[in-house]
Design a protein around this ligand. Structure first.
Ligand code: SF4
Length: 396
């Protein structure tokens, strides 16, 4: 169904709790009337979706409120360049909805909708009408995984897998557990932040987790909390429910301008996550995706925010890595001094890059590795120029 033909509101009932979803930004009461049409124009280009629970976390008296910034569009998105697929995920797509970039890991993009849409999303292309990268039918993905015994780790992602029906999710878990070489199943989800009733009220889902997350082959929740205010009592109860169902929890999120680009905020987030049993795993540099420029933080500034946040936490709050998730692999920023930026491949697509250490001239304006110049005399590669030059077309 084309986006414009879809219902603009819907109600989901998980157990006894009703959560009302809204797609038409003009129906969000907190937005001043004079802004509604302008923001609707942005939402025509990059989809908007939210629900009453998450909207209730916004302080509407603060135009810079971080929760507001996370889901309410800003007009600058329309003048921000970049590619929709900034990291060329198509290049590692081996079948519809199946990505295979690192030998042991396969991604199944099994859903094309999220509880709300983060404005900085690097997969916003999946929510557009012409998306052909996700699939509800994962049989091809399962056959691919079964044929590749080196794949020990499957990540369910999308979109948000926890927006699938419980029956479908159970079928997916059951099918993956029938493949003996798949040891770890990861579920990438922001539902514990966006719509935690999905977990709290679904006893059948929790029972499935207890069944398929076994002592030797665990299921991991890769949660996505960006700001400490998302850790409401109900969200913490949802994480507790995952843990009690035998799920291992960890958190990954990007560093986002105006949301968590403050050492005190990030330290608070990391510490609270470590307390609730969902310690930080990755902090991502924002990808130069179309429409995302208003949300990006330069690498050098991001590194200093990250370091200062780490200094304020105990050991378990400090386990995150600050990583640039690049087309060629996950590049970890390991140090910055007055003249250089030092990085290392944490994961690499090509075997010859694994663990490779690289040195770049310090550039305080750079947002992405392709803006960095290698230190001369080293074998550090220069990445092709940024896609930022390609301005996206406007909505009309
Ligand atoms: S939850 Fe993840 S996939 Fe969904 S909109 Fe946010 S960043 Fe994108």
């Amino acid at each position: 169904m084309a986006y414009q033909d879809q219902p603009q509101t819907e109600t989901r009932v998980w157990g006894g709790q009703r959560v009302r979803y809204v797609r038409d930004i003009r129906k969000v009461p907190g937005i001043p009337p004079e802004q509604r049409e302008r923001l609707a124009r942005v939402a025509q280009q990059y989809r908007f979706r939210a629900n009453d629970y998450y909207l209730s976390l916004i302080d509407w008296t603060d135009p810079e409120d971080p929760i507001r910034r996370l889901i309410i569009p800003t007009e600058e998105e329309l003048t921000s360049g970049g590619k929709l697929d900034a990291c060329n995920e198509r290049a590692v797509t081996v079948a519809r909805g199946v990505q295979h970039k690192y030998p042991h890991t396969v991604l199944l993009l099994c859903n094309e909708v999220c509880g709300a849409y983060c404005r900085y999303c690097f997969r916003k292309r999946l929510f557009m009408d012409d998306n052909d990268e996700t699939t509800n039918d994962i049989s091809e993905g399962l056959a691919y995984i079964a044929d590749h015994p080196e794949v020990t780790n499957v990540l369910l992602t999308g979109g948000d897998p926890l927006l699938m029906s419980t029956r479908r999710l159970v079928d997916v878990l059951d099918a993956l557990r029938a493949i003996p070489h798949v040891k770890i199943i990861r579920i990438g989800s922001k539902m514990p932040a966006f719509d935690l009733w999905r977990i709290l009220d679904d006893e059948q889902l929790q029972e499935a987790f207890r069944t398929y997350s076994t002592p030797r082959q665990r299921i991991y929740l890769m949660a996505h909390f960006d700001h400490p205010r998302e850790l409401t009592d109900a969200a913490v109860r949802a994480i507790d429910r995952f843990l009690r169902s035998g799920i291992i929890c960890a958190n990954q999120c990007p560093l986002v301008k105006g949301i968590n680009d403050d050492p005190a905020v990030l330290a608070d987030l990391f510490q609270q996550l470590s307390w609730i049993g969902c310690p930080p795993y990755y902090l991502f540099q924002g990808r130069p995706t179309a429409g995302n420029e208003p949300y990006e933080v330069p690498i050098v500034r991001g590194w200093h925010i990250f370091q200062e946040a780490l200094r304020q936490g105990s050991g378990l709050a400090r386990r995150a890595r600050f990583v640039i998730s690049h087309e060629t692999g996950k590049i970890e920023v390991v140090a910055i001094d007055t003249s250089r930026i030092y990085v290392r491949y944490h994961r690499a697509k090509d075997t010859h890059n694994r663990g490779r250490f690289m040195m770049y001239e310090r550039n305080d304006e750079a947002h992405w590795v392709d803006q960095l110049e290698p230190v001369s005399g080293t074998d550090t590669p220069k990445f092709p120029p940024s896609s930022r030059l390609e301005l996206c077309e406007g909505p009309d």
